[in-house]
Design a protein around this ligand. Structure first.
Ligand code: ARG
Ligand code: ASP
Length: 711
């Protein structure tokens, strides 16, 4: 019996040990390639990334800076998430043509819709430039000067490293400043909207299901890249033609099953996997709870109004979703860090690290690191907390304060660079605020302000607050500001900013709302920001040394991956269910039956379009179904984060099987501590995507454009 358990353990352990990590695509040969093959991959590292031949990376552009997308036809057809294309879909929507509610399908290329602010960026090649970036910096001991020199070198290299005229150069740091890589890029700016399902498919389950498994969302949308006649990047023009890609993904309808190899290729934004325990402790016990409490209050108020008033519901839908997304993430993250004992595990890791330091005789370099971390994190604690309150209350969640803050930037610009600078910015600010006020409701914001300003005044470190907030009567303050400030309407804002700079600034300074933001910002800058930056710089340099130590003292084959930094990465694993708690096992695949189970007629999150119900009742799934059922989503052990949305999920042979869009609730702490037993990424099955395009939308011409394989 014992022997059997040991055997089972031995079988399971290596498989898990091979998972987690976001790897640099140009460095997969060796350890990663071996692991991927042992997990079932049938490709080679150079099929994924190659500079001399086309490879998978040529089909994976970053989508508008924050998401990922993939090319799926020889005519530049591009797939990403519905939530990544949301802004574009919304911007083309009107009451008569509500593409968010009803979906949009271009039935010919002439019907595809241009998007002036949208761009996608391909990676042409990746090169190590560490030596050049660090040139002349090793002798500089002052951290600030050292960073300055590094930034100068980067600016210089970005300008001078050879590339074609239509290409870009970008240099990024890896391993917290221990390695630098240069990316040659190609950015396309004529990207048109081709198709999107209605929100009742593309956003099915909305916030209730967000970060949750089992999931039933068809989170996809389609675009097309256009290029000039030479197939090079060009701004929108009628003359542009569909882009011919160097590579595009074949789409598989072969289906997925438990244990299948999966690879996710995309642009993960930010992780902090190598934080010391003391930093994680601060996140779990101080920073996350504070941010959650602020957003909790803001969301409850907005929700109350949205449920009663349809106009407010529309005005606040996108804002609500955005605030709710990370609110929910932080709650899951905090729980997950506690449940997986992340702090204790990190402490044990640090003890082990120090033992290695001693053994290697490197005490002088690394011996005091942990003590230094403790000291600096203790010191930064109140500043970090104050900073989070300022960001959450003033910049993110109270609209009047955020607006006033933007206007204060005009006064600062005037003081720094004079009238012209004020005038230049004023026009942009006025234009930007018009959009903001379209979706602004004074009653909602007033209630939010009242609660958030009280949280700020009573829960953030008192020693840094301006006198206006200490022992204030928050109710009176609220009535005063929302009764008197001109910032509660767009016309008021224009009135405040009218005339020459001096007059406008004098007028602003008489406004109650403006006065408060100025006091809050000045206090924040004087008492918090500068000191925070100083300590943070110190912490960053400790983190760089810690990372260097980890790299130096770990075994050669140790799986040490660089934190995410919005650059192209490969992560791999397999299709796998999980056991989030005792006696509960989640299977890895969901079906359309689950959509129907969740269906609540007319509900804003769980309504289902009649046509989809009809297809379900008739089991009319065409070649996309599987044994009379329609697969919808699946999960895997791929290590992903924000920015991986829209990433291709690829099978052992390089075919597209899914579209990444989320993670499971119990594993949202994976940005700080990846636990392979419960961290899973969530993908839409490509069969569901094709089924919706073909059977639901009747846009079969788009499927015909793809190379469909399998079955
Ligand atoms: N949680 C996913 C991600 O972080 C999906 C977010 C979509 N937004 C939403 N509020 N449902 O981006
Ligand atoms: N939903 C995320 C995104 O938009 C992905 C994630 O955080 O897992 O990038």
């Amino acid at each position: 019996m014992k022997l059997l358990r040991l055997l089972v353990l031995l079988l399971i352990l290596p498989a898990y040990a091979q998972q987690g990590g976001m790897w640099i695509p140009s460095l997969l040969k060796g350890m990663n390639e071996k692991e991927m093959k042992s997990l079932g991959m049938k490709m080679s590292a150079s099929d994924i990334y190659d500079v001399n031949h086309s490879s998978l990376k040529d089909a994976v552009p970053q989508f508008n800076g924050g998401c990922t997308s993939e090319v799926i036809s020889s005519k530049g057809l591009l797939l990403t998430n519905h939530h990544c294309g949301f802004g574009e879909i919304q911007s083309h929507s009107t009451v008569e043509h509500d593409y968010l509610a009803n979906g949009f399908w271009a039935m010919s290329q002439a019907e595809e819709l241009p998007n002036p602010d949208l761009e996608v960026t391909f990676i042409v090649r990746i090169e190590d430039v560490t030596t050049q970036v660090l040139e002349g910096t090793t002798t500089i001991t002052n951290e600030k000067d050292k960073q300055k020199k590094i930034q100068e070198n980067i600016a210089n290299l970005t300008k001078t490293l050879p590339k074609e005229s239509w290409q870009g150069n970008s240099i990024r740091t890896f391993y917290e400043g221990n390695q630098y890589m240069r990316f040659v890029t190609e950015t396309f700016t004529d990207v048109r909207l081709v198709g999107a399902p209605p929100s009742s498919i593309g956003k099915f389950g909305s916030d209730t299901d967000n970060w949750v498994w089992p999931r039933h969302t068809g989170d996809f949308s389609l675009f097309r890249i256009y290029a000039n006649k030479d197939n090079k990047p060009a701004d929108y023009s009628k003359e542009n033609v569909p882009y011919t890609p160097k590579y595009f993904f074949p789409v598989s309808i072969g289906g997925v099953k438990e244990d299948d190899f999966t690879l996710v290729f995309g642009y993960p934004g930010k992780t902090t996997e190598y934080l010391p325990a003391v930093a994680v402790d601060q996140i779990v016990n101080s920073l996350n709870p504070a941010k959650i409490e602020v957003r909790d209050a803001a969301l409850k108020i907005a929700d109350g109004f949205m449920r009663k008033d349809q106009a407010i519901k529309i005005q606040y839908a996108a804002k609500y979703a955005q605030i709710a997304n990370y609110w929910k993430k932080w709650i899951g993250e905090t729980q997950g860090l506690k449940k997986s004992n992340a702090i204790a595990l990190k402490r044990a890791y640090e003890k082990d690290f120090l033992a290695k330091v001693t053994k290697a005789g490197k005490q002088a370099e690394y011996g005091s690191l942990m003590a230094e971390f403790e000291k600096n994190y203790a010191e930064i604690a109140p500043y970090a907390l104050s900073r989070d309150y300022f960001i959450e209350v003033v910049l993110r969640n109270t609209e009047l304060l955020a607006t006033a803050y933007k206007m204060y930037q005009l006064e600062i610009a005037f003081n720094r660079s004079g009238e012209q600078s004020f005038n230049d910015r004023r026009n942009n600010t006025i234009a930007a605020l018009e959009e903001v006020y379209k979706d602004f409701n004074k009653n909602v914001d007033e209630k939010v302000f009242e609660q958030l300003i009280e949280l700020y005044g009573t829960k953030s470190p008192k020693q840094f607050l301006p006198k206006e907030l200490i022992n204030a009567n928050y109710k009176t303050l609220t009535t005063e500001i929302y009764g008197q400030s001109k910032l509660t309407s767009y016309s008021g804002v224009k009135e405040l900013l009218a005339g020459d700079a001096k007059t406008a600034i004098a007028r602003l300074n008489k406004d109650k709302g403006y006065q408060l933001v100025k006091a809050l910002t000045d206090a924040f800058n004087a008492n918090v920001a500068t000191r925070y930056e100083e300590i943070n710089l110190k912490i960053a340099s400790l983190q760089r040394t810690y990372m260097k130590g980890i790299l130096e003292l770990s075994p050669k084959d140790a799986r040490i991956f660089p934190d995410a930094n919005s650059t192209l990465r490969v992560t791999y694993g397999k299709v796998d269910g999980y056991e989030p708690k005792d006696a509960t096992y989640y299977k890895p695949v969901t079906y359309l039956d689950g959509v129907i189970e969740k269906y609540v007629p007319g509900d804003y999150e769980f309504d289902v379009p009649a046509k989809l119900i009809d297809l379900y009742n008739k089991k009319d799934y065409g070649r996309y179904g599987e044994n009379g059922k329609m697969p919808v989503c699946f999960i895997g052990t791929n290590h992903t984060t924000g920015g991986n949305s829209g990433s291709p999920a690829i099978d052992a042979r390089g075919n597209l099987i899914g579209l990444n869009f989320d993670r499971v609730w119990e594993g949202t702490m994976s940005d700080i501590h990846y636990d392979p037993s419960i961290c899973r990424n969530v993908m839409v099955d490509m069969r569901y995507v094709l089924f919706i395009i073909d059977k639901y939308a009747g846009a079969k011409h788009l499927v015909d454009e793809m190379k469909v394989v399998g079955k």
